[in-house]
Design a protein around this ligand. Structure first.
Ligand code: UD1
Ligand code: CA
Length: 466
């Protein structure tokens, strides 16, 4: 395969974001903006990629290196003097390492995360051997973008930056989204000739269009606006987030996932959802969730790094993190599964229950209002309403073990470490501090005393005497 170099510009400060986080490190649907941009160029077939860094370079490099290792190199632009200067830094860094490159150079912006690999491939193909090709787009409100100046034949002959536009040029709605393919040999020569005699005193990459037009036809490929949106502020970040989110959920729907409303279902890019699973509106799947076929995740559930097995049903507003939910388990509504909750097949965890670091065996049920932390629960166990595992002594966490078939009466506290043997009963309202033998019954509460006729005597005594 022939070589294609990609350059991704990400040295700018992103002042308009008004954020302590560098612009390209803002997250969209589970990935940072720069990762979306680099993924696109690599999937488009770039054989080497150079990311131009400057502002917050350590942070940006750390994120990029962690994901791509040595598939991506960096070029430092320590005094940002414009997009042309940024590409010059990339070309110099790349040549220093690997020598001069005359083939196609794909240039994209780190703040343009929606562009699809197939669009970049189409641009590479359309440009072919010509010196300069670019995406183009039409906007009702072109402010902020470079305008495309065309000749009578309709070919681009120059890109005029917003701040340099005459009144007539400013009215042009044909804009530059900032995605180009430039031949390496032309790029090297043209970059060397760039001058900063413009409104911003910068070296504009966009001036290459006019230079190229003198030599050959400039190719432009009209693109879908939704892909070409740039992010300069938080409002635009919200817009591209909606675009990418809906792209993910629509792809899942096409793949057979029962998504009721793609626009209000939030699935991060590294989650896997099998065909015939169902996701209701307001569901959030974050990190690396896996949802199996036939599972049903109902309205408003928020799951992060959770595995949901076949046929499980998560009722509305279940919140779960780092957990596994076994086949045909039923959870919620309003359940909270904290890290390390492992629910076996057909387990029930009902409303207002909280679980943490607990394995729960097949068919066990924790129906209502319980706290179950640091537990080992066997199969067929019943945990009554309001049961609390007292797992913490102020210094350490201790384990509560409920063996197969045991039954914990409502409103009991189990003071860990403690074990309730197989098939044993704990009477309601007990505070259990010692192990209960298998098949035993533990009652640990005050005995009930009934006093006949006492209520009316008490009322007579308590009633104020006017
Ligand atoms: C640029 C284009 C404009 C186009 C718009 C599309 C130029 C001169 N203008 O304008 O025609 O319509 O993008 O969004 O190219 N960057 C660097 N180093 C620099 C300057 C910028 O790495 O010295 C990076 C930024 O981090 C950013 C990208 O280049 O990722 C674009 O820079 P930005 O300042 O946002 O350019 P625009 O004004 O949007
Ligand atoms: Ca921009």
């Amino acid at each position: 395969m022939s070589e294609t170099v990609a350059v991704v510009l990400a040295a700018g400060k992103g002042t308009r974001m008004k954020s302590a986080t560098p612009k390209v490190l803002h997250r969209i649907a589970g990935r940072t903006m720069i990762e979306w941009a680099v993924d696109a160029v690599l999937e488009a077939g770039a054989t080497r990629a150079v990311v131009v860094v400057g502002h917050a370079r350590e942070e940006v490099e750390a994120v990029v290196s962690a994901r791509y290792g040595d598939r991506v190199a960096f070029a430092l632009q320590d005094d940002p003097r414009g997009t042309g200067h940024a590409v010059r830094c990339a070309v110099e860094a790349s040549e220093a390492r690997l020598g001069a490159f005359d083939g196609p150079v794909l240039i994209t912006m780190g703040d343009c995360p929606c562009v699809r690999p197939e669009t970049l491939r189409a641009l590479l193909e359309a440009t072919g051997e010509r010196p300069f090709g670019m995406m183009s787009s039409r906007l009702d409100d072109p402010r902020g973008y470079g305008r495309l100046i065309r000749n009578d034949a309709g070919d681009v002959v120059a890109i005029r930056e917003d701040k340099d536009c005459s009144a007539t040029e400013a009215a042009v709605r044909d804009v530059n989204p900032g995605l180009y393919v430039v031949r390496g040999d032309f790029l090297r020569k043209a970059l060397a000739e760039l001058r900063d005699d413009n409104a911003q005193g910068e070296l504009y990459l966009t001036d290459l269009a006019a230079t190229a037009a003198e030599a050959d036809r400039v190719v432009d490929v009209p693109g879908d606006l939704g892909e070409l949106l740039g992010v300069n502020d938080r409002e635009q970040l919200a817009t591209v987030t909606a675009v990418l989110r809906e792209r993910i959920t629509r792809a899942l729907a096409r793949g057979g996932v029962g998504i009721v409303d793609p626009a209000t279902t939030y699935v991060e890019v590294d989650c896997e959802v099998a065909p015939d699973a169902r996701l209701e509106p307001g569901v959030h799947l974050r990190g690396r969730c896996r949802v199996a076929a036939g599972a049903h995740v109902d309205v408003g559930c928020v799951l992060e790094n959770v595995e949901v097995e076949a046929g499980a049903y998560l009722k509305p507003y279940t919140v779960a993190t780092e957990s596994r939910i076994g086949p045909e388990a039923k959870v919620g509504p309003f359940a909270h599964l904290r890290p390390g909750s492992e629910l076996g097949p057909k387990v029930k965890v009902g409303n207002f229950c909280e679980t943490k670091k607990t394995r729960i065996g097949e068919g066990s049920s924790i129906g209502h209002l319980a706290y179950v932390g640091d537990g080992e629960i066997g199969a067929g166990v019943n945990v009554g309403a309001g049961v609390i595992f007292c797992n913490y002594d102020g210094y350490r966490k201790h384990v509560t073990t409920l063996e197969d078939g045991s039954f914990i009466g409502s409103d009991s506290q189990l003071v860990a470490p403690v074990t309730v043997g197989a098939g044993a009963y704990v009477a309601s309202g007990s505070t259990i501090t010692r192990d209960v033998p298998p098949d035993g019954l533990a009652v640990a509460r005050a005995k009930q005393a009934n006093k006949e006729g006492y209520a009316s005597r008490l009322r007579a005594r308590l009633k104020p005497k006017d």
